[in-house]
Design a protein around this ligand. Structure first.
Ligand code: SF4
Length: 140
């Protein structure tokens, strides 16, 4: 999806964490986007916590068929004023533990890929919010 994402965020780290597949109330805006593309959506035994139905013991059961929003997580293309930006979620511990310069370099080096992906899939472009650190601006 975005080449090299598995280098900066090795899949075993996601399996250990699974945090981006469990949502709290404040994350409902992310679920909206995901539910559009994930038949069955989310399950919840607890009104404060929503778990994606596709989350299994070994991580996402959809593999390469997971929604684009999930495939590019923790990165997002977002609207910020009149610009489109690449941002990274503050709550992805594995990526936030990396030097910020490495994360910024990765985002800058993949700007064309993010741009093409978001042009082809405009629904993945979210409004920026405080949960995401801005890494750079996309040039159109
Ligand atoms: S579709 Fe897969 S990656 Fe996306 S939230 Fe559900 S379990 Fe996680």
């Amino acid at each position: 999806m975005i080449s090299g994402l598995d280098v900066i965020l090795p899949p075993h780290k996601c399996v250990e964490c699974k945090g981006c597949c469990v949502f709290d109330k404040e994350d409902l805006w992310e679920i909206d986007g995901i539910v559009e593309t994930v038949p069955g959506g989310i399950r919840s035994d607890n009104p404060q916590e929503f778990v994606c139905v596709h989350l299994g013991e070994d991580g996402c059961k959809l593999g390469e068929n997971k929604p684009i929003e999930c495939a590019v997580y923790p990165f997002r293309v977002m609207r910020f004023g009149n610009s489109e930006i690449i941002a990274v979620c503050k709550f992805c511990k594995a990526v936030m533990d990396l030097p910020l310069s490495r994360v910024v370099d990765f985002a800058e080096s993949k700007a064309d890929e993010f741009s093409k992906l978001s042009k082809a899939n405009p629904h993945i472009i979210k409004e920026h919010n405080q949960e995401y650190v801005i890494l750079g601006r996309l040039l159109r």
